[in-house]
Design a protein around this ligand. Sequence first.
Ligand code: URA
Length: 205
Amino acid sequence: MGGTRPSIGSLREEARHCRACPLWKSATQTVFGAGRASARIVLIGEQPGDREDLEGKPFVGPAGKLLDRALERAGIERAQTYVTNAVKHFKFEPRGKRRIHKKPNEQEITACRTQWLDRELRAIAPTLVIALGATAARAVLGRATAIGRSRGHIIKGQSLVSEIAADVIVTVHPSYLLRVPEEDRENAFEEFVKDLKLARRYAPA
Ligand code: URA
């Protein structure tokens, strides 16, 4: 798709009424991306969690706090970035009073990518996309990606969004770091910070 670049504000407004897949039915609201509209770095997660669904903003819950800590350690100001998700509605399974996260499926990822993520990336035209975890990597690269093998280097020119020149870094999802056994957590966190430092050097604000 060529043509004029959409504005993030108009996309966000449009996305409030998204019906591109059935996830809108049980979610509280669309959680669109947030941050700087001219960011050089875009970070992409999987989908909003429970807190994000209620607050309407990406990465504000426990995974978001961890991401904030890692960004700070890497010398990246979150306010200079744009943070979004591959899928814009919370997918969950009710269990008692709790809502348990469920992974989005292929159709949901594809619907959200063509409807929103592609257009978000075209609007921002970043230098670098950081895919946080396997779902984001699949959405951005269009194929299953082994995070362990793909992380730690710049993946050039393979973003599915062909009109933009953004390169890609694949790394772990912050929620993964929350689940790593305690004795390995510090190391895993440091590896994550290392990936973010590479991003900072490649695309300084
Ligand atoms: N996990 C995500 O992938 N995105 C969020 O916004 C929050 C948690």
